[in-house]
Every structure is written in C-alpha cells, then in structure tokens.
Write a protein that binds this ligand. Structure first.
Ligand code: ADP
Ligand code: ASP
Ligand code: MG
Length: 457
C-alpha cells in the first residue's frame, strides 16, 4: 500500500480536487490511503473565526463562517452535480450548523481555549475529507471516509498534540486494513486527531504531512507521497528566490534538517515515522504530476555540490542572558535551560561565552514571562524580528573552508549568531528578518550556480 497526502492548494477548488482524483486513479491498484488537508486558507479562516468569537464578536465570526460555507457548497456542487449534491447538502449543512453553534457558544463565554480552538480548526479537514470522498466515489473510485479522530490518538496538548503511537498504530491497522483488503480507498482528514477520551485535538499547523507519515508507518507503506503546489523540495523556497531548482534525491537526515529550519514544504515531524520504518517519502506537484518530484531516502547518493538546500525560518527571537555573577558555568546553564523548559520554549541555536549565553526561540508569546523568570538569575535582553538561515548538505562533513565561503557570500549582512550542528550537516546563522531575501539570493548564487545533474534538475 501507499499513502498519498494532498495539501491545501491541491484540494482548494473543484478543479484541484478533480486533479487529485485523477492522480489517485493512477495508483488505485497499489492500494492507496488518501490523507487530505483543509481547502487552502480554510484553517486560517477558522482560526480567525474562533478569535473573533473569543473576543465576543459573534457576528464577525458568523459572517466569515458563512463565506466559508458558501465556498464549500459551491465546490461540492461543481464536483457532484445537482443530483448527488442535493442528498449530500444536508450532511454539509449539519457540519456548518455545528460550527456556527460552537462559535456562538465561544462568543457567549467570550473565551477561546486551546481545546475549543482545536474543535473549531478540525472543521477544515472534516469538511474537505467529506467532500473529497463523495467526489472520488462519483468518479468511480471506491472511496471510504474514515474519521481520523477515531484512529489517531494523542495526548491532550491542544493545538500541538503528540501522538500516542501504540494506540494509534493499532487503531489505524484495525480500521484501514479491512478497507484496503476490499480494495476500498480510505480517505482521512490530516491534522486532526483525538485524545483517548474522544476530545478533538490537532497535531500542529501544517501537520497533515505528519498524519500521512503516521499512517504510512503504521501500515508499513511502500511509499509516502506528499502532493503539493511545487515540483518537489527545492534548493530554497521558490517564493524567496526564483532561481530555486528541484532536488531529485535527498537523504532523510538532510530533508529533516531543512523542514525543521523552515522549509515549509514538509512539516518538521514528517520524517520521523518514515525514518523508523525506512519508508521513502516523495514530494510531488499535483499541478504537474508528470514531474518526478523529490525522493527522500535513507542514504542520498554522492553529490558534487557542498549543499543540498538553504532554508530560512522567520519570527525568531534572540534571548541574551548575561550572568550577574558567574555561578559556575554548569549551574548557570542548567538554570537557564530549566527556565526555557518551564516555559515550553524550544531552543534552536545557542552560543555561549564565559559570562553570557545567547539562545534563539520561536515561541514569541512565552518570551516576556520567560525573561521575567530568567531575570531572577541574570540580566536578560531579548530582540525579535530575527531569522535563522540554515545551509544543509552531507558534504559539509569534513569539508574545510566552507564557513569562510558562506560569510564572504553574505558580505556586509550582519550575522548575530553562528552554529554548526552536531550532526555536521548544517551550517546555521541568525540575521535580521529583513535581510533574509538578500542573504538567500546571495548564498544561492554562490553555492547553486553549478548543479550536479544527478542530484538537481
Ligand atoms: P501544502 O498546502 O501542500 O501542505 P505548503 O504551503 O505547506 O503546501 O508547502 C508548500 C510550500 O512550501 C511551497 O509553495 C513553497 O513556497 C514552500 N517552500 C519553502 N521552502 C521550500 C523548499 N525548499 N522547497 C519547496 N518548497 C518550499
Ligand atoms: N490544514 C492544516 C493547516 O493549515 C494542516 C495542513 O494543511 O497540513 O495547518
Ligand atoms: Mg503543508
């Protein structure tokens, strides 16, 4: 079997869903499980609705809900024709009525908790998966809707819940294998899950890729296909640099670093389940299905280029912590990291001197409280609007003189922190957010003007 995941833009309209159906049709004999995102922009709109409702702005929330409802009705109508749509309409209507009811409830209380946020956000995938299952069936693909919340079980960390793998794997096998044996095509919403008690959770923004990998690993898939709106993983975000080129093949380790440091094309957790079961992951373009995309495998072939790609992650804050008095370096560092842990701030880049430590974090909301906490043991300053830029490639291991080439390429762009990860396959530095486009362009010109044809298109 294989897993095919279609992202938001790949199911954004009737035309996109038609394309997805034709792609699935080419794989039906290989027993696909289809994972779908919410239609493009819908998760953001649901979040906005929830926030309006949380501020007591009930009518604004309901107005936005109405436009999202219209879009889904129109799409379903176009896909199904009036006959089937008339029957199906009541089912969609019930979902939207439930959403509106929920929004009214949130507005009445005037508070949006993480738990209700997850409930609101879940409607995107609940709706898209329903419509897509119907559309596939109407096109003679024997599809079967599976509610992801019955199979993917997580803890209760709402908005970024963590899967409980034993339970999830067992449930996925029980639910999906019988369908696959009957040659049905299970269709599931990505991103959504539930706790053991059946409370709806979500696994983090962009998490449908992760859902696909969870399902693929549970069922020992031959491959996991991530269908999106670009030709594959590229040498950098094509939205940042028009010279970006497709990477034909890349290792799990390299792709995971890129995803972690901002290559949004893959959710950072996606590759973990795939690595554990050694399942190849393909990134493919639903608008250009003939393109071979990117193959992500355990070992990448040798490559003449030093780097495979450049990633950038914005909205980073640097926290500078200066010891008022040296407490003994180990005690000091431990106290600092414990504070970051208490405030659930993941640290990406660290640089230390004898009396100070600089760390980067991306959870901006927690920083004022974290800083107040740290102020008990040190002088603390923090500065936002930074970005991490990360160059990734296995050839970095043991190649001398690379850092010098990187900093020459950057010229006068001010670099605040530098780090070379312990994995030795990334070179990471921190700059001002506004400098990202220029930095990426310069680095791309310096390292990707000549490309190894075995690895890049
Ligand atoms: P989907 O809705 O299919 O999940 P996403 O928007 O989450 O799609 O991810 C695809 C986008 O990721 C691309 O449109 C591109 O702008 C962005 N992106 C960032 N870095 C890269 C990269 N290195 N290669 C390809 N795409 C990238
Ligand atoms: N719809 C969710 C989001 O926009 C999950 C996903 O598309 O991967 O974050
Ligand atoms: Mg995505």
């Amino acid at each position: 079997m294989l897993v095919m995941k279609f992202g938001g833009t790949s199911v954004e309209s009737a035309a996109a869903i038609n394309r997805a159906a034709e792609i699935v049709r080419t794989r039906v004999s290989q027993n696909p499980v289809v994972i779908v995102s919410a239609m493009a922009k819908v998760t953001d709109q649901l979040l906005t609705m929830g926030q309006h409702a949380g501020l007591g702005q009930r009518d604004r929330a309901l107005e936005l809900s109405r436009s999202v409802r219209e879009r889904h009705y129109t799409t379903a109508g176009e896909l199904l024709g009036t006959g089937i749509f008339t029957q199906f309409h009541t089912e969609l209507e019930a979902e939207f009525d439930a959403l509106d009811e929920l929004l009214r409830g949130i507005a009445a209380v005037g508070e949006l908790t993480p738990r209700t946020t997850d409930n609101v956000l879940s409607f995107g995938e609940r709706l898209s998966s329903k419509i897509i299952t119907q559309a596939f069936s109407a096109r003679d693909i024997h599809s079967h809707l599976v509610d992801a919340r019955e199979c993917i079980i997580t803890d209760a960390t709402h908005t970024r819940a963590v899967p409980l793998f034993d339970e999830t794997n067992a449930r996925l096998k029980n639910r999906l294998n019988p369908l696959l044996h009957r040659s049905h095509v299970p269709v599931m919403g990505g991103f959504i899950a539930s706790t053991r008690d059946g409370i709806t959770t979500t696994i983090g923004r962009g998490g449908s890729d992760f859902s696909a990998a969870i399902v693929g690993a549970a069922l020992d898939a031959e491959r996991i296909e991530i269908w999106t709106d670009v030709d594959g993983m590229m040498t950098t975000d094509p939205g940042l640099c028009s010279d970006a080129r497709r990477i034909k093949v890349i290792s799990f380790e390299e792709a995971a670093e890129l995803a972690y440091f901002g290559a949004k094309v893959l959710h950072p957790a996606t590759l973990l389940p795939a690595i554990q079961k050694n399942i190849p992951v393909y990134v493919l373009n639903s608008r250009n299905p003939k393109c071979e995309g990117t193959r992500i495998i355990s070992q990448s072939p040798s490559c003449r280029n030093t780097f495979k790609a450049i990633a950038a992650k914005k909205r980073i804050t640097i926290v500078d912590v200066v010891a008022a008095r040296m407490l003994g370096a180990h005690g000091f560092l431990r106290a600092i990291f414990e504070a970051f842990d208490r405030h659930r701030c993941a640290v990406d880049v660290v640089s230390t001197s004898e009396v100070s430590v600089s760390l980067t974090v991306d959870s901006n909301e927690a920083i004022p409280k974290l800083a107040a906490d740290l102020a008990k043991i040190a002088d603390v300053k923090y500065e936002g609007r930074k970005a991490i830029v990360c160059l990734v490639g296995e050839n970095l291991r043991g190649t001398p003189g690379i850092a010098a080439r990187v900093f020459t390429a950057l010229g006068e762009i001010n670099v605040r922190m530098i780090s070379q990860g312990a994995s030795e396959i990334n070179l990471t530095f921190v700059i001002n957010e506004d400098d990202v486009p220029e930095a990426v362009r310069r680095l791309h010109a310096a390292f990707f003007s000549e490309l190894d044809p075995d690895v890049f298109e």
